[in-house]
Design a protein around this ligand. Structure first.
Ligand SMILES: *Cc1c(COP(=O)(O)O)cnc(C)c1O
Length: 357
């Protein structure tokens, strides 16, 4: 049976990237060795790192005064790397869910943290708007896509202070004006590649302003000075990122993927809104294009386990909602084809016929 991969992360990757990765494991570029057994200091591997970086720069239109890093540790490590490097006195955070909260918790170890806005009052089903950003902050931290709750900030905000954004789950899903940010980071495993590599895009001039001593591995400037090779980079993961970015470029880049992502989201949200058995959980204007969350409509709640089994029997993978939201979550990352969304919609329609009152 064909599987439709709606996993939230790690998640679906382009088939061609996986095939090329499999080949590189067996024989890397015909050199008679596996990608897994060569030094990261060889010309062959450096070419991989360089191509991954230049594709990322090209696809996201990253200006020259921004540095691109591929690091280990996941987005969760950035939760403390960011304040370690940038927080001298006070930072502002917007609390839009579990990941934002974790970032807030870590930042508190380094200075004063002001939570400027929160959507916790409604279980993070919306994106706070219209909050004031004090001009005396070292930076403002936001999470652009809330993977668990299916809410997304759809545009780049204006801010009087440096904006730092966790873009783990929407990077490369839409065009971003990088110049509106001081630092963008995320784990690659949602929309950009496999688990094991973390991307950081940083404008160099925001660094070097804190008075505390920085451990070498934490100091972004060391990674910049060594082109992400200050220590051994996650070479295999970076290779798969490179292949994923090559695929994205080949299909027309970020504008084209945004068009496809919108089409997929329109299709699924359209069905959620039409089908009397289901209801969306996120505020309509803040609905994520990446993580689409829905539950059984009132009166049909007891059917949730049955729908999960029904969908599973038709090849749907990973649609069980996060325990904090319940119901269902269909993650529709870049590599997910529209056919998979159509298959899920067909499933929902069939289920409706069986059960509608
Ligand atoms: C998955 C996720 C994280 C955590 O990433 P790790 O790489 O596992 O540390 C952080 N922020 C967001 C928005 C996420 O979706």
């Amino acid at each position: 049976m064909k599987k439709h991969n709606f996993n939230a992360g790690p998640s679906i990757l382009p088939r061609v990237a996986i095939e090329n990765a499999a080949k590189a494991i067996l024989d890397f570029e015909g050199i008679g060795l596996s990608l897994l057994e060569i030094s990261h200091r060889t010309k062959d591997y450096e070419a991989v790192n360089d191509e991954a970086e230049s594709l990322f720069r090209e696809l996201l239109n990253i200006p020259d005064n921004y540095k691109v890093l591929f690091l280990g540790g996941g987005a969760s490590t950035q939760f403390f790397h960011v304040p370690y490097n940038l927080l001298e006195k006070k930072a502002g955070y917007v609390n839009t869910g579990v990941w934002a909260k974790k970032a807030i918790k870590e930042a508190k170890n380094f200075g004063e943290v002001e939570v400027l806005a929160s959507s916790e009052d409604k279980n993070f089903t919306y994106i706070p708007k219209g909050y004031k950003i004090p001009a005396d902050l070292d930076y403002l931290h936001i999470t652009t896509n809330n993977t668990i709750y299916g809410t997304e900030l759809h545009e780049d905000i204006d801010s009087p202070v440096t904006v730092v954004a966790d873009m783990s789950s929407d990077i490369l899903s839409r065009p971003v004006d990088v110049t509106k940010y001081g630092l963008i980071y995320g784990g690659a495993q949602k929309n950009m590649g496999p688990a094991g590599v973390t991307f950081v895009i940083v404008r160099e001039d925001i660094l070097g302003k804190v008075s505390r001593p920085l451990p070498s591995m934490v100091d972004y400037r060391n990674h910049i000075a060594n082109d992400s090779m200050f220590n051994t980079p996650p070479v295999f993961a970076i290779y798969v990122v490179k292949e994923t970015l090559k695929w994205l470029k080949s299909i027309g880049g970020v504008p084209e993927i945004q068009r496809r992502n919108r089409a997929k989201a329109d299709l699924l949200y359209g069905e959620i809104d039409r089908n009397p058995l289901f209801v969306g959980t996120a505020a309509k204007e803040d609905r994520s294009l990446m993580n689409i969350c829905f539950v059984m409509a009132p009166g049909y709640e007891e059917l949730a386990p049955e729908f999960l089994e029904f969908a599973k029997g038709r090849g749907m993978v990973g649609i069980k909602g996060h325990r904090l939201v319940g119901g269902f979550r269909a993650s529709c990352y870049n590599a997910l084809p529209v056919e998979s969304v159509q298959a899920l919609v067909d499933c929902m329609r069939e289920f409706e016929k069986m059960h509608v009152k």
